[in-house]
Design a protein around this ligand. Structure first.
Ligand SMILES: Nc1ncnc2c1ncn2[C@@H]1O[C@H](COP(=O)(O)OP(=O)(O)OP(=O)(O)O)[C@@H](O)[C@H]1O
Length: 487
């Protein structure tokens, strides 16, 4: 959390999380925090500690890593004198260093089976044993764990202890990815501008409306961490003024215009509109064409009805964000006052400005996922598997996975008119990764020449895996990609 104990955000989800944080801080039970990387798990763990009765005692964070089990065991549990020949002194482990306070185990899934058992004993019986020790040592600590992988899956695959999973998940907090709580983006972005203004002694006054729109539309694969890193980079490079669209990296700079076709679907009413994201405008178009895209781009930049993202909104955002600060010296933030659950008037105004955008973004996201991007693919894969089974060949796991990947990439290319930058964005993938995958397929894809629909050496060919063209498949979309954009 970089020394700052803020939990910024105004979304219903983040307010619910804030509420949960207060509740669990009062108790002593172990806690599991789950969420994708960069969603704020470490931050929440620290805040829980700060809000708890244990805040006068240490907060000891440990990043668990697979590999060197013995070293991690020593670090966690310590050893008795004489256990390590080179070091005659006994050594305290992190469990004991956290006495009275909180031990935070980041990425708990990485613990070996032996360490999982030891952790289970520590949580359920309140005892540990140091290496070389003969007696159990009672401990008085709160244990918080986090994971960015699905522990339940690991339990099913026998890779994580079931009893530990149930013990931990009795009290768990899930932090959704930022793309599912986009209304937090402006507050977080502005918060980071102020944070890095202070750290880097800069005077950036805020973020322009267009730049904020682009931030709102990005998918943020690495969540808040990615947003924070981006703002830090920009603040380092800039000295004053506000952050403009031209300060953003190219993939975001083109977002508003480039990604327009990602925000409508081909069979339903368009989602994109003249404010880029603000309202639905009727049946402007069904399938992407270059002229549609530039028309929207033009409207987006010329529109004078766009509610400006003003200085006062910025100030309100920060102010209210700071009011949400979990500051242990600040009585206004005490659980009794609970004022974080009620948005103040300026906060509400601010939220209203973005709620429409948020609604449309949600609609647009739904429209992407409702349509062919994902919906059709499972049934296609299902058919593919059934055919394999009918042939009596069983399921070839790698072929099924490859088929799934093929279809996702094909669909993304189709939706973006074969623009690899935008297709990669849609898949939250680096362009180079996408290009590599296409190249690989150019050399490994089966060649189907008799129908003439899929050409030799096409970079990306779609088959049903049995050597049959899939008549439902828009094969023409995939041919000749080898020559497109120099692949
Ligand atoms: N609600 C929030 N308000 C302010 N800053 C936040 C918030 N959530 C996360 N951050 C900041 O975002 C960055 C990433 O958060 P954090 O390290 O807690 O994520 P994480 O889920 O633990 O990531 P990882 O899985 O990689 O450990 C941190 O610098 C943190 O300060």
């Amino acid at each position: 959390m970089n020394g700052s104990y803020a939990l910024m955000g105004s979304s219903a989800i983040i307010r619910h999380v804030q509420h949960l944080v207060y509740k669990v801080a009062e108790s002593n039970s172990a806690i599991l925090i789950t969420g994708e990387p960069g969603t704020g798990k470490d931050a929440i763990a620290k805040i829980i500690h700060e809000r708890s009765q244990r805040n006068k005692f240490p907060f000891v964070p440990i990043k668990c890593s697979a590999g060197n089990e013995e070293l991690l065991e020593i670090e966690l549990f310590g050893y008795e004198s004489g256990y390590v020949p080179q070091s005659p002194q006994a050594r305290e482990g992190h469990f004991r260093q956290a006495e009275g306070g909180t031990l935070y185990l980041d990425e708990v899934s990485k613990l070996s089976d032996k360490l999982q058992l030891a952790l289970y004993r520590a949580i359920s019986d309140g005892i540990i044993r140091s290496l070389g020790g003969k007696a159990d040592i009672p401990i008085n600590i709160r244990i918080i764990c986090s994971t960015s992988v699905d522990l339940e899956q690991l339990v099913r695959r026998g890779l994580f202890r079931e009893e530990l999973f149930y013990k931990l998940s009795a009290t768990s907090i899930y932090l959704p990815p930022i793309r599912e709580r986009r209304e937090d983006i402006p507050i977080l972005a502005e918060f980071f501008v102020q944070k890095f203004n202070q750290i880097k002694a800069k005077k950036i006054i805020g973020i322009s409306h267009d730049a904020m729109n682009a931030l709102l539309q990005n998918t943020w694969a690495n969540n808040i961490q990615e947003l924070e890193n981006l703002i830090e980079r920009i603040v380092v490079l800039k000295n004053s003024g506000s952050i403009e669209i031209s300060d953003l990296p190219p993939r975001l700079r083109n977002f508003v215009t480039d990604n327009i076709d990602a925000f409508y679907d081909r069979t339903q009413q368009p989602i994109m509109n003249q404010n880029n994201i603000m309202q639905t405008t009727g049946n402007l178009y069904h399938s992407p064409t270059q002229s549609n895209i530039s028309q929207y781009a033009k409207l987006g930049s010329q529109n004078s009805q766009v509610p400006p993202y003003s200085q006062s909104q910025r100030e309100n955002a920060i102010l209210n964000g700071h009011n949400n600060h979990f500051n242990r010296n600040n009585q206004a933030n005490s659980p009794a006052n609970n004022n974080y659950t009620q948005a103040s008037q300026p906060q509400q105004n601010y939220n209203q400005t973005y709620s429409q955008a948020q609604n449309n973004l949600q609609n647009s996201n739904q429209s992407i996922s409702r349509n062919s991007m994902f919906d059709d693919i499972p049934s296609e894969i299902d058919q593919f598997i059934k055919k394999e089974i009918d042939l009596g060949s069983g399921i070839d796991f790698y072929r099924v996975v490859e088929e799934f990947e093929n279809r996702l990439i094909s669909e993304a290319l189709r939706r973006t008119n074969h623009n690899k930058n935008r297709a990669a964005q849609l898949l939250s993938m680096n362009r180079t990764t996408l290009v590599e995958k296409l190249k690989k397929r150019a050399t490994t894809s089966p060649i189907k020449s008799e129908t003439g629909r899929v050409k030799r050496n096409s970079a990306f060919t779609i088959f049903d895996g049995l050597g049959n063209d899939n008549p439902d498949f828009d094969t023409i979309d995939f041919v000749n990609l080898a020559t497109e954009e120099g692949v």
